[in-house]
Design a protein around this ligand. Structure first.
Ligand code: SF4
Length: 182
């Protein structure tokens, strides 16, 4: 049994058909802000789990203050340490849960997105493999992007406009500030 971390339903839709053994999906993403964006992405995933009939484990830990304090300290630092913290926090928790609950391996839908820092996710995944003594199922799922995109459209999924944290929301939409004079 494989434990598949899902960052969101659209990314998950691009990888689950390639996992050729039994799996359960694990949602743990305190980086998704604000809370209503988090619930919207989670509800999209819950709906998809019912449509595709897979088991979904929802880890509701949402440590907003701790997450932001850590991210603010690292924001703007070399090699994007904020994202490194964000990936490591999530994969550490997923790997630990997988080990403690008898799974044979873990992986993450973050390996699907061409918009994520793929090499960083891969490196952290193998680090968590060593730390927790459980196999990290690595594959470059980015090649599935056109197919996953088509599935997300077919299921009418909500598709977010930014990665997750308020910093990424700012990076995506700060151009709007230029609309105003004064
Ligand atoms: S941009 Fe994405 S990966 Fe990086 S810290 Fe924000 S939510 Fe996490």
């Amino acid at each position: 049994m494989i434990l598949v971390h899902a960052c969101c339903a659209p990314c998950l839709s691009g990888i689950i058909d390639d996992i050729d053994t039994d799996f359960k999906v694990y949602f743990y993403n305190p980086n998704i802000q604000p809370l209503r964006e988090y619930t919207r992405r989670l509800e999209t995933l819950i709906k998809f789990s019912k449509e595709r009939n897979f088991s979904l484990i929802i880890d509701k830990e949402y440590k907003l203050q701790e997450w932001l304090e850590n991210a603010v300290k690292l924001n703007g630092k070399a090699d994007n340490l904020r994202c490194m913290y964000c990936y490591a926090d999530r994969m550490d928790r997923v790997a630990r849960y997988a080990k403690e609950n008898g799974y044979e391996a873990f992986t993450t839908s973050m390996l699907y997105s061409p918009f994520q820092k793929h090499e960083m996710i891969k490196e952290i995944g193998f680090r968590m493999e060593k730390k927790h003594g459980i196999r990290f199922l690595y594959r470059d799922f980015r090649e599935n992007y056109p197919r996953g995109d088509e599935i997300a459209k077919r299921y009418g999924m909500y598709r977010q406009g930014y990665c997750g944290c308020i910093f990424s929301e700012f990076d995506r939409y700060s151009f709007m500030l230029n609309r105003y004079e004064g």
